[in-house]
Write a protein that binds this ligand. Structure first.
Ligand SMILES: Cc1ncc(COP(=O)(O)O)c(C=O)c1O
Length: 433
C-alpha cells in the first residue's frame, strides 16, 4: 500500500490543521470511500464545497469538454466561458451586484473586495482607512483576510502578519453568547447600532467598508437575529459605506436561499463567493454594484489564474445543477427537517447549548451545562470522532472549537437526514465525559 501518511509527514509542511484519520480513495455524490474500501456519508462537503455532491456528472462533463478546448490563456484575452459565468451569476445574484471579477479562492475574493471598497472610498474623496469586521468572523488566511478575521486562534504567533492597519473588530450578532438579557430582536438592533456609533463617533479614520458573513460559518454557524442585517444595511446605506457580504460559505444554496443575505432581503454593494461555486474546482468571485464598478480603472486588479476556463466551466455547470435539481428548495426543506430533529435532541441533552442554522448549514454548540454555557470542546470532538466510526464525516468549528458543523451536500434527502439524526442521537447518548 502506498505510504500516504508516512510521506505526508515527511514532505508536507506541518501547518495543516489536525487531520481525520482517513486516506481518501474516491468520492461520488454524498459518498466518500477510504483506502480500505470503507464508505462514509459526507456531512461536511469538503468544508461546505460540494453543494452539488462529489463529482456531479454534469460538472465532470463540463470540465472534460473545456479541457478538449483550452485550459488556460489568462484574462488578457476574451473568453466565452468567463462571460457566460458572469452573466449567469448576474441572473441569480441579489439585484444590486451584477458585475464580477474571478479569482481562485475565498481569501483572494475577500482581499479583492476590500481593495475595491477602498478604491471606491478614495474615488469619493475619502481616505477609506478603516475596515470594520466582526469578532468571531473568518475570512481566510492571507494577510488582509486574516487581519479582518476576528479570531485570535488563527492570528497569534505570526508577528505582525495579521495586523493590517485600520482594521476594527466589533461585537458579532451572536445572541447565545453576547445577548446579555436583551430580547433577540433588541440585541440585533443594538449590535447594528454599535457599528453606527463606531462609524460616527469612535473611529479616528474614515470607514471604507463593513464586512460581514451573513451567517458566521467557521466561527460556529452563528445566525444573526432577524433585526441585525436589515438594520446594518440601513446604517451603511445612509452613510454611503459599501457593505461587503462574504457569501464564500453561505452562498450557492447552502442556507436554503441562493444567497444567505436574501433571508433578510439585504442587498450588498459587494459580495464574495468561492467554495461551492466551482463544484470542487478552485474559483472565487467578487461581485459588485454598478456604482462600485465605476470607481475601477483598467489594471486595478488582476490574477494570472483568475477566470480559469476549467473552473469557470465547472461553475456554469454548478449553477445549472442547482436550478435544475432544485437544490435551494431541497436545502430549505431537508434543512428544516434536520434542524427540527436536532432541536429535539437539544432539549433532552444537558451538554447541548444550542442547535442553530438555516438550510443545510447547521451547528450544534456543546457546553458543560446549559446554565454555565461553558464551551465543551471535548464532547464536540468526541461526537465528531464517534460519528466518523459510525460512517459520517463532520466538521468541528466555532470560536471555542465546540461547535459540530453539519454541512452536507444539498442533494441529501429526508431519509438521509433521518438516519443522520438517529445515529447522532445514539452517539451523543453513548458519550459520558
Ligand atoms: C466566510 C469565509 N470567507 C472566506 C473564507 C476563505 O476561503 P478560502 O479558504 O477559499 O481562502 C472562508 C473559508 O472557510 C469562509 O468561510
Amino acid at each position: 500500500m502506498f505510504r500516504v501518511k508516512e510521506l505526508d509527514s515527511m514532505y508536507l509542511i506541518n501547518c495543516i490543521p489536525k487531520r481525520d484519520d482517513l486516506v481518501i480513495r474516491k468520492a461520488s455524490g454524498i459518498w466518500v470511500e477510504d483506502d480500505s474500501g470503507r464508505k462514509y456519508i459526507d456531512f461536511f462537503s469538503g468544508i461546505a464545497v460540494n453543494n452539488v455532491g462529489h463529482l456531479h456528472p454534469k460538472v465532470v462533463k463540463a470540465v472534460k469538454e473545456q479541457l478538449d478546448r483550452y485550459a488556460h490563456i489568462s484574462m488578457l484575452y476574451y473568453s466565452d466561458v468567463v462571460v457566460e459565468l458572469a452573466a449567469k451569476l448576474a441572473e441569480v445574484s441579489p439585484s444590486r451586484v451584477k458585475k464580477s471579477f474571478f479569482c481562485n479562492s475565498g481569501a483572494e475574493a475577500v482581499e479583492g473586495a476590500i481593495k475595491f471598497a477602498k478604491k471606491y472610498a478614495v474615488h469619493k474623496g475619502r481616505s477609506g482607512s478603516i475596515t470594520i469586521s466582526l469578532w468571531g468572523s473568518f475570512h481566510g488566511r492571507t494577510a488582509l483576510a486574516l487581519s479582518i478575521t476576528g479570531q485570535k486562534k488563527y492570528k497569534a504567533r505570526l508577528g505582525n502578519f495579521a495586523s493590517y492597519p485600520g482594521v476594527v473588530h466589533v461585537i458579532p450578532p451572536y445572541y447565545y453568547r453576547f445577548g446579555r438579557g436583551m430580547s433577540e430582536k433588541d440585541f440585533g438592533v443594538w449590535a447594528a447600532d454599535h457599528i453606527a456609533d463606531i462609524i460616527d463617533h469612535y473611529e479616528a479614520g474614515d470607514v471604507a467598508t463593513v464586512i460581514v458573513e451573513p451567517i458566521l460559518g467557521e466561527g460556529g454557524i452563528i445566525v444573526p437575529p432577524d433585526t441585525y442585517l436589515p438594520r446594518l444595511r440601513k446604517i451603511t446605506e445612509e452613510r454611503n459605506i459599501p457593505l461587503i457580504v462574504d457569501e464564500v460559505q453561505t452562498g450557492l444554496g447552502r442556507t436554503g436561499k441562493f444567497f444567505a443575505c436574501e433571508h433578510w432581503g439585504v442587498e450588498p454593494d459587494i459580495m464574495t463567493l468561492a467554495k461551492a461555486l466551482g463544484g470542487g474546482l478552485p474559483i472565487g468571485a467578487i461581485m459588485v454594484s454598478d456604482e462600485i464598478s465605476q470607481a475601477m480603472e483598467p489594471g486595478d486588479h488582476f490574477s494570472t489564474f483568475g477566470g480559469n476556463p476549467i473552473s469557470c466551466s465547472a461553475a456554469i455547470a454548478v449553477l445549472e445543477i442547482i436550478r435544475e435539481e432544485k437544490l435551494v428548495e431541497n436545502s430549505l426543506l431537508v434543512g428544516d427537517y434536520l434542524l427540527n430533529g436536532l432541536k429535539e435532541i437539544e432539549e433532552e441533552q444537558e451538554k447541548i447549548g444550542e442547535v442553530r442554522g438555516k438550510g443545510l448549514m447547521i451547528g450544534i454548540e456543546f457546553v458543560e451545562d446549559k446554565y454555565s454555557k461553558k464551551p465543551n470542546v471535548k464532547i464536540a470532538q468526541q461526537v465528531k470522532d464517534e460519528m466518523l466510526k459510525n460512517g459520517y464525516i463532520l466538521g468541528v468549528g466555532g470560536i471555542y472549537k465546540n461547535v459540530l458543523r453539519i454541512q452536507p451536500p444539498l442533494t441529501i434527502n429526508k431519509e438521509d437526514a433521518e438516519r443522520f439524526i438517529q445515529t447522532l442521537s445514539k452517539v451523543i447518548k453513548s458519550i459520558r465525559d
